[in-house]
Unconditional design. Structure first.
Length: 195
């Protein structure tokens, strides 16, 4: 595979107090790295080895024999996207706020809908802001699934698997999601994904 393991573009303590360096260390260097290593081992020597991560996800998503490949590839993509979605002290542009207002009625409505979708995701999964044709939507996916297999364009995601927040927040998923939405989303990354 021509992909390299994604290195987070900030120090492990840069996201404190909303995400601790302990959480980031376990999440990035243990969970995420395991998916990456598993994927490399699973596709080594196969026709998938020289495909892009997105191609591997699409090809393996509909083939039951490639379920392990799909799960690991999708989790690599999801985690890469999650870590890229995070940054301290980054405010949305007026353009993006207007886009949110147009699609959700107001910025507060957007935040409430995102949090509600996060809390209603049963078990492990992801909550995404996506572009569906020319409309912004909030969706949730279970386990390793992501917008790529639904034909949607991901703009940002929050990981709602317990390992993403349990060290810092225990069972308070809502506090974790609010902490990220209000303090740690890299809105410039989200806006770049629109183009």
């Amino acid at each position: 595979m021509s992909l390299n393991f994604f290195k987070i573009p900030y120090k492990k303590n840069d996201l404190e107090p909303f995400l601790s360096s302990e959480t980031l260390t376990f999440h990035h260097e243990k969970h995420h790295k395991t998916y990456f290593d598993n994927l490399q081992n699973l596709i080594k020597g196969s026709e998938l080895e020289n495909k892009s991560l997105e191609e591997i996800i699409i090809i393996s998503s509909s083939d039951e024999k490639l379920k392990s490949v799909y799960n690991n590839a999708a989790q690599v993509f999801n985690h890469d996207f999650y870590f890229r979605s995070l940054k301290r002290e980054n405010n949305p542009s007026d353009y993006f706020i207007n886009l949110i207002n147009k699609n959700f009625g107001s910025w507060n409505n957007f935040l409430e809908e995102f949090k509600k979708k996060s809390l209603s995701q049963f078990g492990s999964g992801w909550v995404w802001l996506v572009l569906n044709n020319d409309k912004l939507e909030i969706i949730s996916t279970s386990n390793a699934d992501n917008p790529l297999i639904l034909g949607l364009k991901p703009l940002m995601t929050i990981d709602v698997w317990e390992h993403a927040y349990y060290i810092d927040y225990r069972n308070l998923r809502g506090d974790y999601v609010s902490g990220l939405l209000n303090n740690l989303i890299d809105w410039s990354f989200v806006e770049q994904n629109l183009s």
